[in-house]
Design a protein around this ligand. Structure first.
Ligand code: DOR
Ligand code: ZN
Length: 453
């Protein structure tokens, strides 16, 4: 088996930052120590570089199958690697939504053939599929209720979701790109009360509120904070009653954070994520970006952005919500919502760390350890013996300019022209160097599906 020795780098974990060497044997980290000698190993000299666990982006839309003119599994996962992301979780709002076992199997076959990085698949909730994707028993019995009338946490991994092989269920409470939408209490509650331990990822915008404000002129006013707040409050109440793990996608307002903090303090099984565009853009950028700034949930007021930064300690992860649309689509009379993000998340975070807005360990926590914990991914994201050798080596001092060409098929970014410090130097996926000095060594088919613990 090939042996690779990474020497003299600075290893970044959520717990510490230390000088050290990493020995990789085959696909796995074999040893981490202050100094390792291995005469037979190929050596990568990481002097001057910081070594992060490969980032895990828990929220991407790769459009494959169905809209491969925007992105496909190869271009999307190349964008991931270019951005230091070694694992992506793909969302189900394809033009034929991924809401059945058959659709999931079809996407799995495509991803296996085309992906250049590792991937997990998320299945979509509909009003009808609670039983198909969760298994058959959905109604909690009275004798399963614990203290305070809460349902006891069900046993991990029922047989049904092991067969399914999805890492999570996505529930859209508000309409956005694609047809996935569940608004009625009955199916929402049936998904939550099912005997299944897959986390339910929620797009939390209240659809009645969205309809009410749909006539507003500007996009952020069409989808105001109250829509997000109502949906988060509703879903937290349901998660609390049923005991099911819920993950709030792209949380974007101050009030949502307060609701999540309060629920966490009471022991509700809730986690949440924030998207880079909600951290690094605001309604102040709306006019400049025009349709390229249209995204759901929308860009928020600077006060909300400040609240996100102030509460990073309560936010479990950063995920891009990479949602490519072509330039022509964005420039059309009815521009779709969404923006790409895979190539820019890590550089923007590294630059923010250089500016002391967060720490390097925060980045490792929010882009690697926590995604693995929330979605129970096996042997990923720790720089430690026995874990997959997924590593992103960065030069914190090197300057970047965000500019074309991009790997994403849409070939634009809302951050074009942004400069900063913190460049991705090398990316290692399960022991193979897939990016070195701007060159790609990854082939379609290299990506493997993640396993759940
Ligand atoms: O802006 C968005 N675009 N928000 C979503 O929820 C979906 C995404 C997409 O798939 O285009
Ligand atoms: Zn999304």
């Amino acid at each position: 088996m090939e042996r690779l020795l990474i020497q003299n780098g600075t290893i970044v974990t959520p717990d510490e930052i230390m000088r050290g060497d990493i020995l990789i044997v085959g696909e796995t980290i074999a040893r981490v120590a202050p100094e390792i000698r291995a005469d037979d190993a190929r050596v990568i000299d990481a002097t001057g570089l910081h070594i992060f666990p490969g980032a895990i982006d828990a929220h991407v839309h790769l459009r494959d199958p169905g809209a491969t003119h925007k992105e496909d599994f190869t271009t999307g996962t190349r964008a991931a690697l270019a951005g230091g992301v070694t694992t992506i979780l793909d969302m189900p709002n394809n033009s034929t939504p991924t809401t059945t076992r058959a659709a999931l199997a079809e996407k799995r076959a495509i991803a296996r053939a085309r992906a250049v990085c590792d991937f997990g698949l998320v299945i979509g909730a509909t009003a009808e599929n609670a039983e198909e994707i969760n298994g058959t028993r959905t109604a909690p019995r009275a004798d399963e209720r614990g203290k305070n009338n809460l349902i006891r946490v069900p046993p991990r991994s029922s047989a049904s979701n092991d067969e399914l092989g999805a890492v999570a269920i996505k529930l859209y409470l508000g309409a956005t790109t694609g047809d996935l939408l569940v608004t009625e209490f009955d199916p929402v509650y049936r998904h939550f009360s099912a005997r299944n331990d897959l986390p339910i990822v929620v797009h939390a915008e209240d659809n009645d509120a969205l309809n009410f404000f749909a006539g507003a002129s500007r996009h952020p006013q069409k989808r105001p904070a109250i829509a997000a707040v109502l949906a988060v409050a509703r879903v937290l109440a349901i998660a609390e009653t049923t005991g099911r793990a819920v993950h709030i996608a792209h949380l974007s307002t101050a009030r949502e954070i307060e609701l999540v903090k309060d629920a966490k303090a009471r022991g509700v099984r809730v986690t949440c994520e924030v998207a880079p565009h909600h951290l690094f853009l605001s309604t102040d950028d709306e006019e400049r970006l025009g349709a390229f700034g249209i995204v759901n949930p929308p860009l928020r007021a600077p006060d909300d952005v400040r609240a996100l930064w102030q509460n990073l300690a309560h936010i479990d992860l950063v995920a891009t919500d990479h949602a490519p649309h072509t330039r022509a689509e964005k420039e059309s009379a009815k521009p779709p919502s969404g923006m790409p993000g895979l190539e820019t998340m890590l550089p923007l975070l590294l630059n923010a760390a250089n500016e002391k807005r967060l720490s390097l360990s925060d980045i490792a926590r929010m882009t690697a350890r926590n995604p693995v914990r929330v979605f129970h991914l096996a042997h990923k994201a720790e720089i430690a013996e026995g874990f997959d050798a997924d590593l992103t080596l960065v030069n914190l001092d090197a300057e970047f300019v965000i500019q074309k060409p991009f790997e994403t098929k849409c070939n634009w970014s809302p951050f074009e022209g942004t400069r900063g410090r913190g460049k991705i130097a090398r990316v290692i996926l399960r022991g193979r160097e897939v990016i070195a000095d701007g060159k790609f060594f990854a082939e379609p088919g290299n990506g493997r599906e993640v396993q759940r613990t």
